[in-house]
Write a protein that binds this ligand. Structure first.
Ligand SMILES: C[S@@+](CC[C@H](N)C(=O)[O-])C[C@H]1O[C@@H](n2cnc3c(N)ncnc32)[C@H](O)[C@@H]1O
Ligand code: SF4
Ligand code: SF4
Length: 449
């Protein structure tokens, strides 16, 4: 037996001489005392029967969660199985689809990654019906037990009718077949109102996610109406009207420009009595976007790529997570497997108002990256091309982050190399942030125990 090569160790945490170990394949997180650590270090040369009964019990438990493995062959077999499951196994997962009801928007956010593909195209009744048929056929073929839809845009609430029609039809089908169903909406929040929410609740609405980029002056600078008018106060007012009827999440984007104002924004939500009512709060760094429609490779906002670089947003990402957890808000620590939808056969898909199917929201509107259309039964060859990418095979196989990272984000590979297949390595960023995220996750688990 031996310790897994995917163990990430923290020394002197939570207390002096303690260790915490996190396994990047199984995501197990365990506190280890110095004696057991010593045994693990020498495990390869030890005869297990020479160990005390207590140590044998500990080692056996650590074997169950992947921190200890029998030998390199077993570890390799488990790694291959992990990648196979990630790519092909959807059991236990809901069938998720994101539907763009329009490419049109009433905001002009300075960083919007749909800037070049915005268009006054609205999802029609006919395409909506094709989407319903397509979704039901796929869900039946694959035996999913739950369907979850996310309505998205452009601004999805500029075209509400299909949200109601599609959800009503899927809800009827799901009820008849004993399948779970629900949906969420990702919206800029400007068109939310109680009447609309009440109607949508009756067809399966489970959560509304409103994008807000922090305090008033920062948000209004980054997310104004198309004619430049501010939007912050309207969004707060709209959230106030619906929050007791439906779970509302707030998510926002940040860069160095608006980061510092986020705690003030959280204070403001608290003052208004809204913060504790939110179902989730999250902020993500801004990312670059593809170039104009005819030339996606001419990427824009390239400076945002550096958020994972040497002088990137490492400190800011961490501080924000700490701030959200300190306030007891539901958020993600970010210590998770990067299950890239582009590579997963059964992963969530995104359908645009023309019925074109995409495997990543960052690619919508660029037909050359579409993997099919709801008017056709089968995916096009691009689907296989994406699913068959195995960038992780070009990484050092002893990289401790390999199961979580798998060679990096495929969208980033495109931004950096103009193709989806190359390794996009952010090891330096991982080295800096992972120990801190492990501490946050450990604390979070301890607090919730
Ligand atoms: C494209 S919008 C569509 C839904 C809706 N209009 C909204 O803004 O919530 C979905 C999400 O993408 C985020 N987004 C847009 N451009 C981005 C970028 N360059 N980097 C990171 N997130 C971005 C928005 O902030 C929003 O939360
Ligand atoms: S509201 Fe959403 S779709 Fe509209 S410009 Fe902003 S990020 Fe883009
Ligand atoms: S891309 Fe870099 S960090 Fe990710 S698995 Fe490969 S070598 Fe490791």
């Amino acid at each position: 037996m031996k310790a897994s090569r995917f163990n990430i160790w923290l020394k002197d945490y939570p207390g002096k001489d303690d260790y915490v170990v996190f396994n990047s394949r199984t995501q197990a997180l365990v506190k280890i005392n110095p004696r057991l650590k010593d045994t693990l270090d020498k495990l390869e040369g030890l005869n297990p029967e020479e160990l005390s009964l207590f140590s044998q019990g500990c080692i056996s438990a650590l074997k169950q969660n992947g921190i200890v493995v029998e030998d390199d062959r077993e570890e390799e077999a488990r790694l291959q199985d992990f990648f196979r499951q990630l790519k092909y196994d959807s059991s236990g997962l809901p069938f998720e689809a994101t539907i763009l009801t329009t490419y049109s928007c009433n905001f002009r956010c300075v960083y919007c990654f749909e800037e070049s593909v915005k268009d006054d195209v609205f999802l029609s009744k006919d395409t909506g019906d094709l989407i319903v048929k397509w979704l039901i056929r796929k869900a039946e073929e694959r035996g999913f037990k739950r369907v979850y839809l996310v309505y998205y845009g452009g601004e999805p609430l500029l075209n509400v009718r299909p949200i109601y029609d599609i959800s009503w039809q899927i809800k009827q089908w799901a009820a008849k077949n004993g399948i779970g169903f629900g949906f969420g909406i990702i919206t800029n929040g400007s068109l939310l109102n109680l009447d609309l929410v009440e109607k949508l609740l009756s067809v399966g609405l489970e959560e509304v996610r409103v994008t807000i980029d922090g305090r008033r002056e920062d948000h209004d600078r980054k997310r104004p109406f198309v004619d430049g008018r501010p939007t912050f106060d309207l969004l707060i007012e709209n959230i106030r009207k619906i929050i007791d009827k439906v779970p509302v999440a707030v998510s926002g984007n940040f860069d160095k420009d608006n980061f510092a104002g986020i705690p003030e924004f959280l204070d403001y939500l608290e003052e208004l009595g809204l913060l504790a009512k939110l179902s989730r709060v999250d902020f993500a760094p801004l990312t670059p976007r593809l170039g104009p429609k005819a030339n996606p490779a001419a990427i824009e906002l390239g400076s945002c790529l550096s958020f994972v670089g040497k002088d990137g947003l490492f400190k800011e990402v961490l501080e924000l997570k700490k701030e959200l957890l300190r306030r007891g808000l539901k958020t993600r620590t970010g210590l998770a497997v990067n299950a890239c939808a582009l590579l997963m056969q059964e992963a969530a898909i995104t359908i645009d108002p023309r019925g074109a199917i995409y495997k990543c929201n960052a690619l919508v509107g660029y037909p050359e990256f579409s993997v099919g259309n709801v008017a056709q039964e089968d995916f096009n060859p691009k689907f296989r091309e994406f699913v068959d990418i195995e960038a992780w095979k070009s990484c050092p196989q002893d990289c401790v982050y390999l199961p979580m990272c798998q060679g990096g984000c495929r969208f980033f590979s495109y931004l950096e190399n103009n193709n989806f297949t190359e390794v996009s390595c952010k090891k330096e960023y991982f080295d800096r942030i992972t120990p801190q995220l492990i501490k946050l996750e450990y604390q979070r688990l301890k607090d919730s125990a």
